[in-house]
Design a protein around this ligand. Structure first.
Ligand code: ADP
Ligand code: MG
Length: 595
């Protein structure tokens, strides 16, 4: 049974593939991988349903690679993806998984890329071709793509291909490939049209649906924090510091490498932390657990497998630093706290692109996960001061201070300072190693960028520190908006609504601060506050519309002055959000928690 697969080496994959996975740091197959890989290796067709981010690429890429004959230069595997971005991503994944297979070639082909270059590359030969349906069809018609040797055809994100109107192309391709092939169809949802295609072209497919519903424990308080990757570490340390009932934590990450890195970073920040992963010997792992029990350690950074079944009652917090693949993993993880009748806390970090996973977990566990308000710098300082006062009052209550009173009396006399000032000097000394105040980095407080909390205006300092943007700043509309370029346009079937939606959701910029949008063939320009902080730009750079990476940057003067409808399709109706321009420019705010 697939349910017992916990390690990649339990799958019948070639040694070079296992070696590559070990190097990448994947520890355990995700559920869709554990369920699909054995069937695909056995030659079955697959109809797989699983959300984004669950590891579908490796689920089909690993068994496909396993079957590749390196000496055969004609394509043996064809993957169809809805967008060019995805084609590149999937091709890169193949390359990574095949890093220990010398001579292996994967070729992404998509529209917009030079046909001449593609023809040359195809002639040189590739074991795996990853392409968008339109371009693959082109090549098949030109006979520049020879699929006679094809053994495996994979449809990735089939529902997206349907949504984008590619389904006829996909069927055409299915009809023009050898019928003896193995076919795998993956989709986040299973609309009827996809099911029909599957029935028509797949042979007795194994249906795999990854969903899990396990009840969580009501003694565990579950919260989430919407936070982008680069801020996770700061968010984590801040949470650890202000949580009232904190005793010990298990922090979950996705890879073995990440356990080591994060544990080191926490140690460097003064926490008693260690990693726990499948590379460690049983003995070493047991020692870590023992140290967590006897309070030598307070934080253990672990992968799912390594932490399975850990039972340490003092674990007050489970932090899902990387979101788990599925509900079942989530339930397993948070079950490490709230043990032995105690109350537990589960905190889930959700990156901007992972909101759907959060909803999925909530739906499956039938329990709402509350937004967590990340404490501000000031709140952290207050907390530290309160702890300090507590320490002082304990000393006042219990220690015999006779000797120290004499010391102070001597200082008072010698320096002619009043007792308050001397006390302040001593307080300064006492906090030197662990300062009471949080350092001001000059950047906006992450408490303002993280979602799940009350929106706050950026502070004065934050706005003064927009060096890079300020330099290149171009002012529009009363000096408040600048025109940015994003790499998504009409050819990606993007609409202004999609763009506003993505910007509003991903970066938490209210739509009233989003100005005019001009759509061109393969990019668009959009007016946004000219002083967007770097952190927000970072998030937007990685955001996607119609699967296309936005890669946002300030538009060149040429791009900025270009009007809509230059060529091709008739210009779309002008789109302009009214009323946003006289408001303060820095309108970004934390995303609203879901109702
Ligand atoms: P999907 O296609 O389902 O959206 P991806 O294949 O893109 O998901 O995988 C999502 C992320 O998870 C990628 O960063 C990938 O490297 C990572 N990942 C996939 N499988 C594993 C695994 N077994 N262990 C750790 N990380 C994994
Ligand atoms: Mg995918």
């Amino acid at each position: 049974m697939t349910a017992t697969i916990e390690r990649f080496d339990q799958l019948d994959l070639q040694a070079p593939i296992l070696a590559a996975l070990a190097e990448i740091g994947y520890e355990t197959p995700s559920p869709i991988q554990a369920a699909c890989i054995p069937h695909l290796l056995a030659g079955h067709d697959i109809l797989g349903e699983a959300q984004t981010g669950t590891g579908k690429t490796a689920a089909f890429a690993l068994p496909a690679l396993d079957q590749v004959d390196i000496n055969q230069r004609n394509p043996q595997v064809l993957v169809l993806t809805p967008t060019r971005e995805l084609a590149i991503q999937v091709a890169e994944a193949f390359q990574r998984y095949a890093s220990k297979m010398p001579g292996f070639h994967v070729l992404p082909i998509y529209g917009g890329q030079s046909m001449v270059v593609q023809l040359r590359q195809l002639q040189r030969g590739a074991h795996v071709v990853v392409g968008t349906p339109g371009r693959v069809m082109d090549h098949l018609e030109r006979k520049s793509l020879n699929l006679e040797g094809l053994t495996t055809l994979i449809l990735d994100e089939a529902d997206e291909m349907l949504r984008m109107g590619f389904i006829d192309d996909v069927e055409w391709i299915l009809e023009h490939t050898p019928t003896a092939r193995q076919t795998a169809l993956f989709s986040a949802t299973m609309p009827d049209a996809i099911r029909r295609v599957a029935h028509r072209y797949l042979r007795d497919p194994k249906e795999i649906k990854i969903k899990a519903a396990t009840a969580t424990v009501s003694t565990i308080k579950q919260r989430f924090l919407q936070i982008a990757g680069p801020h996770k570490l700061d968010a984590l340390t801040r949470i650890l510091e202000v949580e009232d009932d904190f005793d010990a934590a298990i922090v979950f990450v996705r890879t073995k490498t990440a356990t080591v890195e994060l544990a080191e970073k926490l140690e460097a920040r003064g926490y008693a932390a260690a990693c726990l992963n499948g590379d460690m010997t049983q003995q070493l792992r047991e020692r870590v657990i023992e140290q967590l029990k006897n309070e030598t350690l307070d934080i253990v950074v672990a992968t799912d497998v390594a932490a399975r079944g850990i039972d340490v009652p003092r674990v007050s917090h489970v932090i899902n630093y990387d979101i788990p693949y599925d509900t079942e993993a989530y339930v397993h993880r948070i079950g490490r706290t709230g043990r032995a009748g105690r109350n537990g806390n589960a905190i889930l970090f959700v990156a901007p692109r992972e909101t759907h996973l959060l909803r999925q977990i909530e739906r499956a566990t039938k329990q709402p996960i509350e937004p967590l308000k990340l404490p501000s710098r000031e709140a952290v300082a207050d907390k530290r001061v309160a702890a300090f006062r507590q320490q002082v009052s304990e000393v006042l209550a219990s220690e015999d201070l006779g000797f120290f009173l004499d010391v102070i009396a001597a200082i008072e006399e010698k320096h002619d300072a009043d007792v308050h000032t001397i006390a302040a000097a001593l307080a300064f000394l006492a906090q030197k190693d662990r300062p009471l105040q949080m350092p001001d980095t000059g950047r906006p407080d992450i408490a303002q960028l993280a979602g799940g909390g009350k929106p706050e205006r950026p502070t004065r300092e934050a706005r003064d520190n927009r060096s890079e943007i300020l330099e290149r700043r171009r002012d529009y509309a009363e000096g408040r908006l600048a025109r940015y370029r994003i790499d998504v346009g009409r050819e990606h079937m993007a609409s202004p609504k999609d763009i506003v939606g993505a910007i509003a959701n991903e970066a938490g910029i209210e739509s009233r601060f989003i100005g005019q949008i001009n759509l061109f063939e393969d990019y668009s320009t959009v007016e946004l506050p000219s002083d967007l902080p770097n952190d927000v730009l970072q998030i937007l750079r990685r955001a996607r519309v119609r699967q296309q990476l936005l890669n946002i940057r300030l538009a060149s003067p040429e791009e900025a002055s270009r009007e809509r409808g230059g060529r091709g399709a008739p210009p779309k109706k002008p789109f302009r959000k009214e009323g946003g321009f006289d408001k303060p420019a820095c309108g970004f705010k934390a995303r609203k928690p879901k109702p």
